[in-house]
Design a protein around this ligand. Structure first.
Ligand SMILES: NC(=O)c1ccc[n+]([C@@H]2O[C@H](COP(=O)([O-])OP(=O)(O)OC[C@H]3O[C@@H](n4cnc5c(N)ncnc54)[C@H](O)[C@@H]3O)[C@@H](O)[C@H]2O)c1
Length: 387
């Protein structure tokens, strides 16, 4: 068994050696503009958002659906005209051929199922987290490279026009020297499945992941973090298991140090009274704020469902709302966007190295809570994402 420190040192060497370097624009085997065959695993709550989006894409052919609860796969197959349905990943992988696995299962299952799919030469789009530990994620990406396939992880927040506006404003120096940022996302927690509260679940990989991807996507890779986490509600009642003991953190705060001394703070949790609820309907308040020496910006709405960006600067002290396009981006577009990029052989904005970086931060946040220490972050990703 190697320690986390030894593993990180070793994986950093792999990155330097180029083994895990971003694999850019390798040409694929798909006919340009043709449809990408997709197998969806996990036909629960989030599939009801993914499947309609995928079925409307010109670049997608939905081939198979799979769930260990067979009625769910059957219902999804009927509703979205998917020709094949399975009740086990072994049958899915051995069944009708497809190019991209879309993994929408319980968080704890992602690492195992993604590995099995990559080993069977499937490309993978995974709901967050990509794997259940940073180490597992790094190994998965290395395996994908060895197998000649690709893997990507949710979220898709870097695709929004609001993210693009904020990224450009920062890169163009509109905020001056960026000093500080704050982001928050919470609600009262999912009510349907126990896995959100079991070991390997938690508010960090379920909710914090969005803000961590946005903050690092805008401010650059984190170099070190400190964090505290806690459990506020020790027992819950959920639809699939009744009364359960909460094992994973349902309350978290992380402070990140980025380049040039920029500090950001992120808070998330499953105990936030929030009139907008899990669906976020009607949230039109700022959820991400960034301050610099020449300006400040506020993202209006959640980063996964943004409405605009309010900005004030030395050039124009009156706050103005920019980037009000709400038609071109929805959070559930990730797998469709990846299928399109595979079909057209283009490079998506979403990069697996960014998902791995966020996974390392989440793991480090738990380590910081356990040890009381500041934790260095070693992974990085191509930055800036948008110039
Ligand atoms: N529900 C949402 O609104 C939402 C939004 C964004 C992201 N997500 C993410 O999507 C993932 C799934 O969440 P959900 O809310 O849909 O959960 P869910 O419990 O509603 O659905 C998960 C489904 O996966 C199936 N499953 C579990 N293990 C499996 C296996 N080994 N093989 C095949 N099927 C398996 C379950 O039977 C279930 O039907 C999580 O990673 C979650 O963080 C959910």
């Amino acid at each position: 068994m190697i320690t986390r420190k030894q593993f990180i040192e070793r994986s950093s060497t792999l990155v330097v050696a180029g083994i895990l370097a971003p694999y850019l624009g390798t040409s694929n085997n798909f006919a340009r503009g043709g449809k990408i065959k997709i197998g969806v695993i996990g036909c629960g709550s989030v599939s009801t958002m993914y499947l309609p989006h995928l079925s409307k894409s010109n670049y997608v052919e939905l081939v198979s659906v799979c769930d260990i609860i067979p009625e769910r796969a059957k219902a999804a197959a009927e509703k979205y005209n998917v020709p094949h349905q399975y009740d086990h990943i072994d049958k899915l992988l051995a069944g009708s051929s497809f190019d991209l696995l879309v993994n929408l299962t319980n968080m704890q299952e992602h690492g195992r199922l993604n590995k099995q799919a990559v080993s069977a030469n499937k490309n993978v789009w995974s709901e967050k987290p990509l794997a259940n530990s940073y180490r597992e994620g790094v190994e998965l990406v290395a395996l994908a490279k060895k197998q000649g396939v690709k893997i990507w992880g949710s979220p898709a927040v870097v695709n929004s026009p609001q993210f693009a506006f904020m990224a450009k404003a920062i890169q163009e120096g509109k905020l001056g020297k960026v000093s500080a940022a704050h982001a928050h996302y919470g609600h009262l927690g999912p009510t349907w499945s126990a896995f959100f509260y079991e070991k390997g679940g938690g508010s960090l990989p379920d909710l914090g992941v969005y803000n961590l991807a946005t903050l690092t996507g805008l401010l650059g890779p984190a170099k070190a973090i400190v964090a505290m986490t806690s459990i506020i509600t020790a027992e819950r009642t959920v639809d699939n298991k009744g009364k359960i003991i909460v094992e994973a953190e349902d309350n978290a705060m992380v402070i990140m140090q980025h380049a040039n001394g920029t500090l950001s703070h992120m808070q998330c949790g499953f105990n936030y009274f929030d009139p907008y609820g899990h669906e976020g309907e009607g949230q039109d308040k700022p959820t991400i704020s960034i301050w610099g020496t020449k300006g400040n910006m506020n993202l209006i709405g959640y980063d996964w469902a943004p409405f605009g960006v309010d900005m004030a600067s030395v050039d124009n002290e009156k706050t103005i709302r920019y980037a009000t396009d709400t038609d071109s981006y929805v959070w559930e577009q990730g797998a469709s966007v990846i299928a399109e990029s595979m079909a057209l052989d283009t490079q998506p904005l979403i990069a697996v190295e960014h998902a791995l970086h966020v996974l390392e931060i989440i793991e480090a946040a738990r380590e910081s809570q356990a040890t009381g220490k500041r934790i260095p972050i070693t992974s990085t990703f191509k930055f800036p994402i948008i110039k």
